[in-house]
Design a protein around this ligand. Structure first.
Ligand SMILES: Nc1ncnc2c1ncn2[C@@H]1O[C@H](COP(=O)(O)OP(=O)(O)O)[C@@H](O)[C@H]1O
Ligand SMILES: [Mg+2]
Length: 449
């Protein structure tokens, strides 16, 4: 292991605490912005009506798109149709149908939107004078407007729901991790991305009464699911027509690690070398794997062993995609589906191989003792966001769209390193790109040499 246990524990503790504080501050800031923005609108009733109209139109579009998505069970039956590229369960089904090994996941808890709401509770807007004034202005504007009948929902007992969050952990073995069907928790990201090489699931003990693990927390003597995770809640909002489902997964031991320093920690007291697991992202557009990147761009994967793994990832990813295409199953992403109402954006998506009839996505793998396994899939790395470009960050090409030259991100070949000093959380598109990228032929030649 790269560090002493003491330093390891300290780094994890600080990163988890920082990520939690960051998420809380961001949530408060967004809420204030929303309420204050709403109050400004409320001064202008016509504007408020228009905005509410737009909101319900978006909701309608969202429901319409989601209604076309197949469930994981339907996909498993080989039904043809669209599915949500954000849902881990769909990718596990696709991998299984394609005969590609994946890290397994078992559902342990499902919460409907009202159940989740009952746990999170109402936010007291009157706790702060500024939001209180804004909230009052909004409600008086709304009271003068016609509103639709709201269906009475079944009453939910938050105590029951909370108990389910506790008991869901009863059968989860020690050392397993929890994530939702849409993504991993902020805690998991902080724990997994901090460069502390571990064979077991990372857990941080803050006190004898408080322990944080990936996707769960122990307060007192029982573990419970971290339902309040900001990252998960944000991503879940894109489709609340299905319950938020939490899945338990065994923690898999990576078989290959890279020593490196995290550019995020440069110049800080936590700037000690770390080790990152060998994970790879395959980029799929137009039904083909266009590129494969090392997942942690700051590590240097420019060696034969890594190139062999990247070529294998290309094969495994293509196998999953080919099977899905043969089954006429298509990955969708809510935000990209909306963009298609704009002809210019639609044309750019078509040119990128991310059109309505294309199969496009990202697929993430991890090197393990039992070979390379699928970790998860996600939306494509599109010109309008979606999957992160990893070490293809800042690597662009020009495409001609309707007679116009447009600069788009390029994900061709194998990206082995990106030393530009900006990493996973930093926006891409910088000028000082320092990426190590090799073509497929060069990769094959280097492996044969
Ligand atoms: N079961 C697992 N075993 C080992 N590492 C894992 C496991 N699950 C997640 N990780 C680590 O945590 C990271 C984030 O988890 P992931 O499931 O990909 O969620 P997210 O949607 O947040 O990217 C992964 O890239 C990997 O490093
Ligand atoms: Mg991931």
């Amino acid at each position: 292991m790269g560090q002493s246990t003491g330093m390891t524990a300290t780094i994890q503790k600080v990163l988890v605490a920082m990520s939690r504080r960051g998420a809380a501050a961001e949530g408060t800031r967004k809420l204030r912005q929303m309420v204050v923005g709403g109050a400004k609108l409320a001064r202008n009733p016509a504007g408020l009506v228009k905005t509410l109209g737009e909101m319900s139109r978006i909701e309608e579009l969202q429901a319409q798109e989601a209604s076309t998505w197949l469930t994981p069970d339907a996909l498993a039956q080989g039904e043809a149709g669209r599915f949500d590229s954000v849902d881990l369960r769909n990718w596990l089904v696709l991998a299984e149908r394609a005969g590609v090994a994946a890290v397994p996941a078992r559902p342990v808890l499902s919460l409907t939107e009202p159940e989740l709401g009952s746990l999170l509770g109402d936010i007291d807007l009157h706790a702060h004078p500024r939001t209180a004034r804004a909230a009052d202005r909004i409600s008086s504007a709304l009271s003068s407007m016609p509103t639709a009948e709201v269906e009475a929902a079944d009453p939910v007992d938050p105590a029951d729901v909370y108990e389910r969050c506790l008991s869901a952990m009863d059968d989860v073995p020690n050392g397993w991790m929890i994530r939702s069907h849409v993504c991993g928790s902020g805690d998991l990201k902080a724990l997994a991305c901090c460069g502390v090489a571990q064979d077991e699931a990372p857990e941080v003990r803050f006190s004898s009464d408080l322990e944080v693990g990936p996707g769960w927390v122990r307060e007192g003597n029982r573990r419970r699911i971290t339902f309040e995770d900001e990252r998960t809640l944000n991503l879940y909002m894109h489709d609340t027509s299905v319950p938020l489902t939490f899945l338990a997964r065994p923690w898999v031991r990576a078989s290959h690690w890279y020593d490196a320093s995290d550019p995020h920690r440069e110049g800080t007291p936590l700037d000690v070398p770390g080790r990152w697991p060998a994970e790879w992202r395959a980029f799929v557009a137009g039904g083909k794997v266009t590129g494969v990147s090392i997942y942690y761009p700051h590590v240097d994967a420019d060696d034969t062993r890594s190139i062999i793994a990247a070529l294998e990832v290309r094969k495994l990813a293509q196998r999953i995609v080919d099977q899905a295409i043969a089954d006429r199953q298509q990955a969708r992403m809510m935000e990209l589906a909306f963009l298609r109402s704009d002809p210019k954006k639609s044309a750019l998506l078509d040119a990128a191989g991310m059109g309505d009839d294309d199969f496009a996505c990202t697929l993430d793998f991890i090197e393990t003792d039992d070979g390379i396994k699928l970790l998860e899939g996600g939306p494509p790395c599109s010109p309008f966001g979606g999957g992160h470009p990893c070490a293809f960050m800042g690597v662009t090409e020009f495409r001609e769209i309707d007679g116009e030259e447009v600069e788009v991100i390029s994900t061709e070949g194998i990206a082995l390193h990106n030393g530009s000093g900006f990493a996973m959380r930093t926006p891409y598109g910088h000028d000082d790109v320092d990426a190590k990228i090799i073509g497929w032929d060069e990769a094959e030649a280097r492996v044969e040499a």
